[in-house]
Design a protein around this ligand. Sequence first.
Ligand code: NAP
Length: 319
Amino acid sequence: MELNGPMEDVIIVGTGCAGLTAAIYAARANLSPLVLEGREPGGQLTTTTLVENFPGFPDGIDGPQLIMNMHQQAEKFGARFRYAEVEDFEPGKSYHRLKVDGEWLETRSVIIASGASAKWLGLANEKELKGHGLTSCATCDGAFYRNVPVCVVGGGDTACEEAVFLTKFASQVYLVHRRDSFRASAILAERALKHPKITPIWDTVVAEYIPDERGEMRAVRLENLVTKEERILEVKCVFIAIGHTPNTVAFQKALPTDKAGYLVKKHGSLTEIPGVFAAGDVVDPHYRQAVTAAGQGCMAAMDAERYLTGCCGEGTHSD
Ligand code: NAP
């Protein structure tokens, strides 16, 4: 095992809302955190449009802009950033090791804020069709599908939000949901249902992607779960919005997770291992909001600082 570089005080894994807020707080505590930007720098907010529920922005703020602001804020106070994916994690008694790009980094504390990644349906042709009419990011790919019909799969906030966003480009947006009511919050569900370009298709799943001869999405085969009827829906792009899986693969050997793969906390932001903290979507299957992730990032940085200074036992309030 090769060790390069100095012992860090705190390494923050992830640059979504949780990781960047942790970076701001840790940097302001003079810990000069090293922040690792993984495969999806900026996290889920970089794939969203207008964020209307982050306090302090009465007119909303674009997700990527909000992330950029947080990044700048963290850098201003001395956070250091590095593009690197965590490949392995070895906790220790007084310090921990993280393997990135084949190199082991050592640190007294770790804040895991690696977020969550989009789930897929797991149908045939999925891999080949990604980027050819199959995507999980309306913000990234919506503009490619002007004046053609598209469909969104899912019934949560993301699906409703993406469907409304896609009406700017597509001729028609079908919202395919496996039940007969949305999981989405009332305001987003209503916005989708009231939109003249959006057609909900209830109780229905996508059973097959149908590509054209060039390997681009041409249509989907839909199956109604109640009537068992099948139909072909001609769409040029399928936007999958069925939730996310927490990014915990590198940590699962060392840290307990729940059935869905979320890290489990002991108390506060502390995991089972002293000096290892977790924040945001990687540990939170319930709230999963930008503002709750930011709050948890703040908590994790404060807990890490307390741990490093020997205050408050393992680094959290005795709650
Ligand atoms: P979500 O709330 O978990 O919703 C996932 C949706 O996909 C559900 O409707 C679910 O159906 C459906 N689904 C799951 N697996 C499926 C499958 N295999 N096949 C077909 N459908 C499937 O995920 P989300 O919409 O991404 O939201 C995640 C979190 O982010 C939530 O807490 C949400 O409030 C938040 N969010 C907030 C905003 C906002 O406030 N502006 C925007 C986006 C997201 P069932 O309903 O039947 O389970």
